[in-house]
Design a binder for this molecule. Structure first.
Ligand code: URA
Length: 319
C-alpha cells in the first residue's frame, strides 16, 4: 500500500512525535499476513531509552501508573435491530452485593452473549462480579460509533476515565485521538457517535471508531488488572465486538491482547501480522500510555496503523 498523507495527517503524525519519511518503493506483500512491519528508518526517530520495566515494576507495554479515563456507551445500534428492546433488569439475587472470589462468576448476569446495547450497558453498570466494583466511581462502557468499521480495544480505565465515564480521556487518550485522526478516524464521527460537549461534531472527512476497554472498572491506583478481573469482564467486551461487528480491531496493550487473543506472548512478538477475534482481523500494537514513555516505539505504532489500513484496503472497506 502506498500511503498518501495530506498536510493534516502529517501534522497529526508530528503530534504523535513521528516524522514521516518517504520510503523506497517496495513490492507489496501477497497477503496482509505476510506484510512486513512498516517502520520508517530508525534514523527518522528520536532515540530514547526504553525502560525494561516502569517505576511500578510493571511491564512497560502496559498501562500501570498511567492516567486515563472513560465514557459512555453506544447509544444507537444500527447493525442490529435490538435497540428498541427494553433494558433487561436483573433480579437482585443475581448480583452478589460483596462478591468473593468463588461467587464472582456466578454473580455475572446471565445471557450476556445475547444482550442488546441497552441491556449490555445496564449489565455493565450494575456489575459486581469482581472487587473492582468497590472502588469505581462509575463503570466505563465504551464510546464512539457503534456501527464503525474500526474498533479500538484498550485495557482498563484510569482516574480520569473513572471520573468522566469515557475511555481514553487522559494524556494517553489525547495521543490515541491523534493517532486515530492520522488515519482518518474520530470517536466523535459517524452517525452513532456522541458529539463532544460544546462542539459542532467531528469533521465530515473523519470516519467513526468505537473504543472500549477489556476491563470496565478502574483498578485501584491504576494497577494492572488481575487475570481474574480480566476474565470476568471479557464477556462484556465480546458482546460489544459482536454488536459493533467491526471490520478491524486495534488491540492496544498487553491486557487487550491477552484477552482478545488468549496468549501471553509479548506484544513485540505479535505485532506485524494479522490475528483474529470472532473472525475479525486484529492488529496488535503498543498502548498509548507506553508510547508516551517510550518515544522510539511510536514509529512501530505508526507501522501498526499502516498495517491496519492495508488490511482494511485489502478487505475492500468503505473507508
Ligand atoms: N488506557 C486504557 O487502556 N483505557 C482507558 O480507558 C484509558 C487508558
Amino acid at each position: 500500500m502506498s500511503l498518501q498523507l495530506d498536510a493534516r495527517q502529517r501534522a497529526m503524525l508530528a503530534e504523535m512525535g513521528v516524522r514521516v519519511w518517504t520510503p523506497e518503493p517496495a513490492p507489496a506483500p501477497a497477503r496482509a499476513e505476510d506484510a512486513p512491519r512498516r517502520a520508517p528508518p530508525a534514523a527518522a526517530f528520536v532515540p530514547a531509552p526504553v525502560p525494561a520495566r516502569d517505576a511500578a515494576g510493571e511491564n512497560p507495554e502496559s498501562i500501570a501508573n498511567n492516567d486515563y479515563s472513560t465514557l459512555g456507551s453506544g447509544k444507537k445500534e444500527s447493525k442490529t435491530a435490538a435497540t428498541t428492546r427494553p433494558a433487561v433488569v436483573f433480579p437482585a439475587a443475581s448480583i452478589a452485593s460483596v462478591p468473593g472470589p468463588t461467587a464472582a462468576l456466578q454473580a455475572r448476569p446471565p445471557g450476556i452473549a445475547a444482550m442488546d446495547w441497552p441491556a449490555l450497558q445496564h449489565a455493565v453498570a450494575q456489575c459486581q462480579a469482581c472487587g473492582l466494583c468497590q472502588g469505581r466511581t462509575q463503570t466505563v462502557f465504551g464510546v464512539g460509533d457503534v456501527s464503525a468499521d474500526w474498533m479500538v480495544v484498550g485495557e482498563a480505565p484510569g482516574e480520569q476515565e473513572d471520573l468522566q465515564g469515557e475511555p481514553f480521556v487522559g494524556p494517553s487518550g489525547q495521543l490515541l485521538d491523534n493517532m486515530l485522526k492520522a488515519i482518518g478516524l474520530s470517536r466523535r464521527a459517524g452517525a452513532d457517535a456522541p458529539a463532544a460537549p460544546g462542539s459542532p461534531g467531528a469533521p465530515a472527512s473523519l470516519h467513526g471508531v468505537y473504543i472500549a476497554n477489556v476491563v470496565k472498572c478502574r483498578p485501584p491506583g491504576n494497577r494492572n488488572p488481575h487475570p481474574d478481573e480480566v476474565a470476568l469482564c471479557d464477556a462484556y467486551l465480546a458482546r460489544q465486538v459482536a454488536l459493533v461487528r467491526p471490520k478491524i480491531i486495534l488491540a492496544m496493550g498487553r491486557f487487550a491482547v491477552q484477552s482478545l487473543l488468549q496468549t501471553n506472548e509479548p506484544i513485540g512478538r505479535l505485532r506485524g501480522r494479522v490475528h483474529h477475534y470472532q473472525g475479525v482481523p486484529v492488529i496488535v500494537t503498543y498502548h498509548p500510555a507506553y508510547l508516551l514513555r517510550s518515544l522510539t516505539e511510536k514509529s512501530k505504532a505508526w507501522a501498526d496503523l499502516c498495517l491496519a489500513l492495508e488490511v482494511m484496503q485489502q478487505a475492500g472497506s468503505k473507508r
